[in-house]
Design a protein around this ligand. Structure first.
Ligand SMILES: [Zn+2]
Ligand SMILES: [Zn+2]
Length: 376
């Protein structure tokens, strides 16, 4: 019976048909890490890809089965496939030990990693800071000291699988290795479960966790705090906590998208100062500095204040402040200002600047072309 829905194993792993052992392993490692159920909990599609890649790797990494697959296709290596992520782990114990630091048959599953998002005030990024976050998560059970046993006794070896965590099932063609249904793959069983944690060794609780905000960290960065994820089952190693930082706004500055240590600020200046030149006050992270403005500074021109920005993340040194000059336009000018502007109007019409001259030339040309268009 041909299974037409099954994808070609080489295609699944994205490797050529003559790929070597190392290439296969590298491809599988990448896919497994990408779609690992710990990374994407509850993502059914990712789990499906994970299983598919695992099945492809299981076949292609075995020279005999690979040869059969090359000759006969999926029919040559027919097996049940992986029903769930746990049965993948049971077949790839060693490899997963390398990949994920151990969640394999014969061991208690390590705790899953957690991800949280926190808001960080802009000032914390400028100074660096220590924050305490209070996190609701599972914590080790105090009653049984994480053992899961009511009497404090260590879990006993599972008799169904003889401590192996897996059993062999005969499918008719092949003997398949399967997760032991009795102990769930651990190889050990709690005989008298702790009533507080129902034998899991962990209970819902709350933890205060210290998070160090590094100076100059960029918005959206994720900090990894080892061991602060969920505790493992019955004292197995915990997962990690991933803290994603959302940096709050600053009332004056925006961070540059080119260099997050650089700060942008709009500085409105009186029009006469932009025309005639003079000093303007520009804010920096430390206070303000006086900056000389050239005569005839157009609106939108930028002035750089070296070293006035944020500390560079992990590099040392500081970013710059880029002051963008804006013309200040009073909405309701006083009578005095109005008179001055009217006097300006009488002369400025006859003294265009370079931008206006270039623009008026182009407009004139455009109008003449328009005249020709109308005639044709
Ligand atoms: Zn307990
Ligand atoms: Zn068992």
């Amino acid at each position: 019976m041909a299974d037409v829905t099954k994808r070609d194993y080489y295609e699944v792993l994205g490797v050529p048909r003559d790929a070597g052992e190392a290439d296969l392993k590298r491809a599988y490692r990448r896919l497994a890490l990408e779609n690992h159920p710990d990374k994407k909990p509850g993502d059914a599609e990712a789990e499906e890809r994970f299983k598919e890649a695992s099945e492809a790797y299981e076949v292609l990494s075995d020279p005999d089965r690979r040869a059969r697959y090359d000759q006969f296709g999926h029919e040559g290596v027919r097996h049940g496939g992986f029903r769930d992520a746990a049965s993948v782990f049971s077949s790839f114990g060693d490899l997963f030990e390398q990949l994920f630091g151990g969640r394999a048959v014969g061991g208690t599953p390590r705790g899953s990693s957690l991800r949280i998002d926190i808001e960080v005030p802009f000032g914390d990024v400028a100074q660096g800071a220590e924050r305490t976050i209070s996190l609701k998560r599972l914590v080790p059970c105090e009653t049984c000291k994480s053992s899961g046993s009511a009497d404090g006794r260590a879990p006993e070896r599972c008799t169904t699988c003889d401590g192996q965590g897996a059993i062999l099932r005969n499918t008719g063609f092949f003997a398949m290795r399967e997760v032991c249904p009795h102990c769930g793959g651990e190889g050990r069983r709690v005989t008298k479960p702790c009533t507080t944690c129902r034998g899991e060794g962990k209970v819902p609780g709350r933890r205060d966790i210290e998070v160090r905000i590094p100076q100059g960290i960029y918005d959206g960065a994720t900090l990894r705090i080892p061991g602060e994820g969920e505790p493992g089952v019955r004292g197995a190693p915990p997962g990690d906590l991933h803290v994603r930082l959302h940096v709050g706004p600053h009332p004056l500055f925006r961070r540059s998208s080119d260099d997050p240590a650089d700060l942008l600020v709009d500085v409105p200046v009186p029009v006469s100062k932009a025309w005639l030149g003079g000093q303007v006050e520009v804010p920096t992270l430390d206070g303000t500095v006086q900056v000389d403005l050239d005569p005839a500074t157009p609106p939108g021109a930028t002035v750089r204040v070296r070293g006035g920005g944020l500390p560079r993340f992990q590099q040392g040194g500081r970013g710059h402040v880029w002051a963008r000059i804006q013309y200040d336009v009073p909405k309701k000018p006083s009578r005095k200002l109005k008179r001055a502007l009217e006097a300006l109007r009488d002369v400025e019409g006859t003294e265009p600047g370079p931008a206006r001259r270039a623009f008026e030339d182009l407009v004139r040309e455009h109008r003449q072309n328009g005249d020709q268009r109308d005639r044709s």
